[in-house]
Design a protein around this ligand. Structure first.
Ligand code: NAD
Length: 260
């Protein structure tokens, strides 16, 4: 078993998860990547991170909507690294639709990926964290875990749910050296946001440029997108011993959005 602490980061083949993988490997942790994408590109990401940082980096393609695949990810990480100290449930999708037209099967899928997977991953690693008396659960929620926007009913419900779940496991882990926190990003220009621009334009009857300016960045007083490296740096801090007394929090990184 390696002495180096190991992190599972779900949805880390792209966007925020990849930014967190950069930060955690940069801080010296071994990382198990997860997410979808082209096999060759994922292998290039995995090998590049390992080479740049001198840490061990693995990959498992578990689908976060399937509990048995989440279990397979955990088993694979244990067999590759021998331990799991940190989990970063980050995988997520967005579906934009007025509530009356919201396809029920898409509501269910979003809940399974964005909320239920956080429960499954946590329940599977909690006993090991308790036994070792150290653990870090860093969930990527959203400013939409704190406030709502129209046409995002499933996403807003799931992210509010994540924050409640994290508070609960923070209490359950408090005397075992386990911390659990939610990071609540505002808008980060990742593929997830880029993909929802056409749907938002359609739902609101405006152009895609207007969506960026008048819908997305309208919410952020700084008028700037949040950077993935900024989320990564906060995740790395929450994993450090300096953050051992921070638990049960929901931390906005949103350019002032939720201060309004
Ligand atoms: P992204 O689309 O760039 O990346 C999502 C990642 O999740 C990818 O690696 C993708 O392959 C993976 N993924 C999707 N479905 C999956 C599944 N079923 N199983 C396993 N992996 C799956 O998105 P992002 O913007 O980096 O989002 C990451 C997280 O951050 C999400 O939970 C999202 O809700 C949250 N978030 C994003 C923003 C933003 O503005 N981009 C803001 C707040 C919160």
């Amino acid at each position: 078993m390696t002495e180096t602490k190991t992190a599972i980061i779900t949805g880390s083949t792209s966007g925020i998860g990849l930014g967190i993988a950069e930060a955690l490997t940069g801080a010296g942790y071994n990382v198990m990547l997860n997410g979808f994408g082209d096999a060759g590109e994922i292998e290039a990401i995995r090998a590049g991170l390992a080479k740049r940082t001198g840490t061990e980096v693995g990959y498992h393609g578990a689908d976060m909507s399937e509990p048995e695949e989440i279990a397979a990810l955990v088993d694979h990480t244990r067999s590759e690294f021998g331990r799991i100290d940190i989990v970063v449930p980050n995988a997520g999708i967005q579906v934009v639709s007025p509530v009356e037209d919201f396809p029920p099967e898409k509501w269910d899928l979003l809940m399974r990926i964005n909320l239920f997977s956080v429960f499954h991953l946590t329940r599977l690693v909690f006993p090991e964290m308790k036994a070792r008396k150290w653990g870090r659960i860093v969930c990527i929620a959203s400013a939409h875990g704190l406030v709502a926007s129209p046409y995002k009913s499933a996403y807003v419900a799931a992210k509010h749910g994540v924050i409640g779940f994290v508070k609960t496991v923070a209490l359950e882990g408090a005397t075992f050296g386990i911390t659990a926190n939610s990071i609540c990003p505002g808008y980060v220009l990742t593929p997830l946001v880029e993909k929802q621009i056409p749907d938002t334009a359609k739902a609101r009857g405006i152009t895609e440029e207007e969506v960026k300016r008048d819908v997305l960045l309208a919410a952020q007083p700084t008028k700037e997108f949040v950077g993935v490296e900024q989320i990564g740096a906060l995740a790395a801090f929450l994993c450090s011993d300096a953050a051992s007394q921070m638990t049960g929090t929901a931390l906005p990184v949103d350019g002032g959005w939720t201060a309004q």
